[in-house]
Ligand binder design. Structure first.
Ligand SMILES: Cc1cc2nc3c(=O)[nH]c(=O)nc-3n(C[C@H](O)[C@H](O)[C@H](O)COP(=O)(O)O)c2cc1C
Ligand code: SF4
Length: 449
């Protein structure tokens, strides 16, 4: 977006004076006592004790806030909650998705380490809104330390009567259970997470039925990301209007940008959505390392399409602006690659990841991810042929939208867009390629697959 004078415009307002609300600078905020000293659990108390606030009102407020899921897909949270059927005699579940295994994504970890009670409070409010009986916090197994310290804090919540039976004496009851994952990226996919939770192999399920109809143990279930749930107490305390007016209009709220790669100050930064990408790289993260030029940005975790440096001018970090620019918001995990990055080698690592993590249920994904890796590897090793580039694109077309879950799409997007947007680098490696016979071949003479 451009101002009338041609200057690119941020949608994040006066972001330099922004005061953090997801990760406020409060020492020891992870401890219940400190969290309460700073207004912790007031939002839960309001929701449970204000007789005029029905569960439906809470869902409506979340809808009006414009909160969109922070786990990757960006779906309206209030809308998702409203898909839960009316309560009946069946148990109802919430799964807090804390699996966080996408390369380039590490923002939920910060919340779990520094402000886990915001997540717990968000969970409890969500449980009230959807009349949930139990929430499972499905956490990336490698986050051992944080799982342990969250359990300590959760035990305090039980002792204090904030979780369990008759919460705060209001008659509302719900349980929270910590669950440790076992190191599979696919278990972050919501239905695979449910299978894993049930003790089975983490295979994604066919949809429909959707989890709201048939989720954990076949009962109505909602799945939300850690950061999504952490936004909920803020909406209750500060109002849906405040949330809706923070950041980008169609994708509002505070957000955690995880910035990694070739920048001077990598880290997790909280600002409103709608920040200019250039502000985030140059000012927030201190610019590209070593004074080098930017080559590429992957805005939302490894699975979203990379953008060339010449594609980011005026682009803001929100779903609409990124879609227009040819990428996605994803998880807001921004990977920055400098001018010296070999994009073929980079893609080789990405394809290896997807090949390794495919659950293997669907043939296009199981076989396709293997072929993607093999072809990119042979190009990288100087064994590629020019027609491999079109082969990669064709393979992607045969995989996308033809599988049980979105994993295969996530494997294809970086391949397709890296090959298209950095084609000259791939061609350069292919042109130098040595034919399997050992003879150098010119691109024009290339015929064999
Ligand atoms: C392969 C794959 C991995 C995923 N991993 C995660 C994850 O680690 N954490 C997460 O919150 N969502 C992950 N998701 C998205 C979830 O399926 C789901 O959309 C999300 O948890 C919903 O929460 P939200 O609406 O609050 O964003 C993944 C999706 C796919 C396809
Ligand atoms: S798309 Fe891939 S990861 Fe998803 S179910 Fe099929 S084989 Fe498994």
């Amino acid at each position: 977006m451009e101002a009338t004078n041609g200057t690119p415009q941020s949608k994040a307002g006066d972001w330099r004076s922004y005061e953090r609300v997801l990760l406020p600078p409060v020492k020891d905020l992870h401890r219940l006592e400190v969290y309460e000293q700073h207004g912790g659990y007031d939002a839960l108390r309001t929701v449970l004790t204000d007789d005029s606030l029905t569960p439906g009102d809470v869902t409506q407020a979340v809808k009006e806030s414009g909160l969109r899921g922070r786990g990757g897909a960006g779906f309206s949270t209030g809308m998702k909650w409203s898909f839960m059927p009316e309560p009946d005699d069946r148990p109802r579940y919430l799964a807090c998705n804390a699996d966080e295994s996408e390369p380039g994504t590490f923002k939920d970890r910060q919340l779990m380490e520094y402000n886990p009670h915001l997540m717990f409070e968000g969970i409890l409010i969500a449980c009230y809104a959807m009349q949930i009986d139990a929430c499972y916090v499905y956490t990336r197994g490698e986050y051992v330390d944080w799982i342990d310290h969250m359990q300590v804090e959760l035990d305090k919540l039980y002792d204090k009567g904030y979780v369990g039976d008759n919460i705060m004496g209001t008659g509302f009851s719900t349980e929270i259970v910590m669950h440790k994952g076992a190191g599979a990226y696919i278990c972050g996919e919501e239905t695979s997470l449910l299978e894993s939770l049930e003790g089975k192999r983490g295979y994604p399920r066919y949809k429909p039925p959707f989890p709201a109809q048939k989720g954990a143990w076949s009962q109505p279930t909602t799945i939300n990301n850690v950061e999504t749930l952490a936004c909920v107490p803020l909406i209750v305390n500060r109002g849906a209007e405040w949330f809706a007016s923070t950041g980008a209009e169609q994708h509002p709220g505070p957000v955690l940008y995880g910035i990694s790669g070739h920048v001077n100050r990598p880290g997790v930064y909280e600002y409103p959505t709608g920040m200019l990408i250039t502000d985030l790289i140059d000012e927030v993260a201190g610019g590209v390392r070593g004074g080098k030029a930017l080559k590429a940005l992957i805005p939302g975790g490894a699975s979203v399409p990379p953008l060339r440096a010449d594609m980011i001018e005026g682009v803001t970090m929100d779903a609409e602006s990124l879609r227009e620019a040819g990428s996605l918001f994803g998880t807001g995990g921004m990977l920055i690659l400098d001018e010296d990055t070999d994009m073929v080698s980079w893609l080789r690592r990405v394809t290896h990841f997807y090949q390794h993590e495919s659950c293997g249920q669907c043939t296009p994904c199981r076989e396709g991810t293997g072929w993607l890796e093999q072809i990119v590897t042979r190009i990288d090793e100087g064994e590629g042929r020019l027609r491999d580039l079109d082969l990669l694109l064709e393979l992607g077309d045969q995989m996308e939208g033809r599988t049980i879950c979105a994993f295969a799409d996530a494997a294809v997007w970086p391949v397709r867009n890296t090959v298209k947007r950095f084609r000259e680098e791939f061609e350069a490696k292919c042109k130098k390629s040595v034919h399997p016979t050992g003879a150098e071949v010119s691109a024009g003479a290339e015929t064999a697959a």
